[in-house]
Ligand binder design. Structure first.
Ligand code: SIN
Length: 530
């Protein structure tokens, strides 16, 4: 029997931060469906937002975060994010994490959308994720073992519903069980639900779907961030063109030569992401092509080596000074509801990073606050687990319960992934409306899956599709229910923010007796853990 004290699902920065902050006496297992270098974090370009500059302060970072999230956050969580984040980032600087520096040795700080100050620490120009993950991998201690290329498709639960481990499947369909009294879901977001995305192709919300099936509460799923600028070639998005490019002075123009952010928002190209993405989307709907002008950026290729390489690979001539762009799904603000320590409502199950809904991002995440969230909540959860270590033990009787689960084979999933992603883009994408959402929900509901499907004998591809279906149901239901526009949730039939009814009111989903229950709760955390 394979067992550990702590199982961490996922290999991004939140997962690695949790792992490295855990007591080295604990036996920690990291399970990832890709490889240790195959996460969204590894692909991160922009960086980590933190207050390190002399002209900056905590109050500004706090306010910028609230403004981008349109006030939908839990303010105490935002405050602790920026204060603890400042300390944790300083510790990383002190231990020699490879942040870029200016010629005088000071930290080189970038600018991104909706920040009132330069506060983005970055590495290798636009290769922050790669450099940081490599740094973290080097600093992990010997108590950590890896299981790669196995997808966690089910959480093992005992007869009282507590999570006591995970079931995985590899690409060949072999199923394994791993046991631990503490399971941390750090499996990332769900960008792969959409046809245009900046995310790693493996990121389709498995963690959220598996946790939902185990009874975890999912909230704020309607808030999806579309990044304004993905490289756009031959009718397809190809990868992220970091907001740091606009932070360095690039501007957006259309094929008629017009600056498209003029008169739209005082911050123009550096307006919050939902504003810029909506503007580009509307222009594209009118048949316009959109470009980023990089003519004003000196030494573009030195500052942005990976973006330059991606452009060249896709036949873009950078000497022309323009990059064709279009928006794509980048981040989900919602996820598995956690308290301040990272606990979910399911005993034994914890969550960190993009998979979790900690309440810090609200309706739209501030640029470069996601790696920060992973660092802060990863550390906090590890501290909490370290303090519990005496009570960590697995009850063999309970493991027995889990192993007795049986399943039946089911036919192949009845839809094509590409068509599915295009439907999500069309109906639950950048701009939504009630009619399309309703039609899409009906389409989803007519797909022959059940929420309590037995999964053991499905093939891995069909399990992936099944999780996409669950997550899309949750996103679409929530988007239909929220009759206002706020942050990353934009409704053409409800264009205003409705503070009176919707401010801080969360849409929460859970699975009960095989049915999805959806309810409104402004205080979901305090209700769960009071
Ligand atoms: C970017 O580099 O534009 C993305 C950074 C982020 O999502 O925070």
């Amino acid at each position: 029997m394979k067992k550990a004290d702590v199982i961490i699902v996922g290999s991004g920065l939140a997962a690695l931060q949790t792992a490295r902050e855990l007591n080295p006496e604990l036996n920690v297992m990291i399970i990832t469906k890709g490889t240790r270098r195959g996460s969204n974090s590894y692909m991160a370009q922009g960086g980590i937002a933190a207050v390190v500059a002399k002209d900056d302060n905590i109050a500004r970072h706090f306010e910028d975060t609230l403004e981008a999230g349109r006030g939908h956050q839990i303010e105490e969580e935002v405050h602790s994010l920026v204060t603890e984040g400042q300390r944790i980032v300083q510790k990383l600087v002190d231990e020699g994490a490879p942040f870029d520096r200016n010629n005088d040795g000071t930290l080189s700080l970038g600018m991104e959308g909706a920040h009132s100050r330069k506060r983005i620490l970055h590495c290798g120009g636009d290769e922050t994720g790669r450099f940081l993950i490599e740094h973290f991998l080097k600093t992990l201690s010997g108590n950590i073992s890896w299981v790669e290329e196995e997808m966690v498709f089910e959480l093992l639960q005992n007869s009282e519903g507590a999570c006591i481990g995970v079931k995985t499947m590899n690409r060949q369909g072999a199923v394994h069980a791993y046991y631990a009294p503490i399971v941390v879901m750090a499996a990332g977001g769900a960008g792969g639900l959409y046809s245009s995305t900046s995310n790693h192709p493996t990121v389709t919300g498995d963690g959220m779907a598996a946790a939902f099936r185990a009874g975890a509460y999912i909230a704020d799923a309607e808030f999806i961030q579309f990044h304004p600028t993905l490289l756009y070639v031959d009718g397809k998005t190809k990868g992220l063109v970091s907001e740091a490019v606009r932070g360095e002075g690039a501007h957006l123009f259309n094929d008629a030569g017009e600056r498209i952010m003029e008169g739209i928002h005082p911050l123009k190209e550096l307006a919050p992401r939902h504003v810029v993405a909506q503007r580009i989307f509307e222009q594209r709907q009118m048949g316009r092509d959109i470009y980023l002008s990089i003519k004003l950026i000196n030494e573009f290729e030195t500052k942005f080596p990976s973006i330059s390489a991606m452009c060249k690979e896709n036949g873009i001539d950078l000497s022309l000074g323009r990059i064709p762009v279009s928006p794509g799904c980048h981040f989900i603000m919602g996820g598995i509801v956690i308290d301040s320590a990272g606990k979910t409502n399911v005993e034994g199950l914890y969550a960190v990073g993009e998979a979790a809904c900690s309440g810090v991002h609200g309706a739209n995440r501030l640029a470069s606050n996601s790696l920060l969230e992973g660092l802060v909540y990863g550390k906090r959860l590890a501290d909490w687990i370290n303090a519990q270590k005496k009570s960590i033990s697995i009850n063999p009787k309970k493991m027995q319960d889990a192993e007795q689960q049986k399943s039946g084979r089911k036919a192949a999933a009845p839809f094509n992934v590409k068509e599915f992603q295009e439907r999500m883009m069309e109906s639950a994408g950048i701009i939504r409306n009630g009619q399309k959402l309703e039609e899409h929900l009906n389409w989803l509901q007519n797909i022959e899956f059940r929420l309590d499907e037995k999964l053991d004998e499905l093939n891995p591809e069909d399990i992936g599709k099944y999780f996409m279906w669950i997550n899309s149901l949750i996103v679409t239901r929530a988007a239909l229910l929220r009759t206002e526009s706020r942050g990353g949730h934009i409704r053409s039939d409800y264009q205003e923010e409705d503070d009176f009814f919707w401010m801080k009111r969360r849409i929460v989903h859970s699975l009960e007796d095989g049915e999805m229950r959806t309810w409104l709760d402004e205080q979901v955390k305090t209700k769960i853990y009071a």
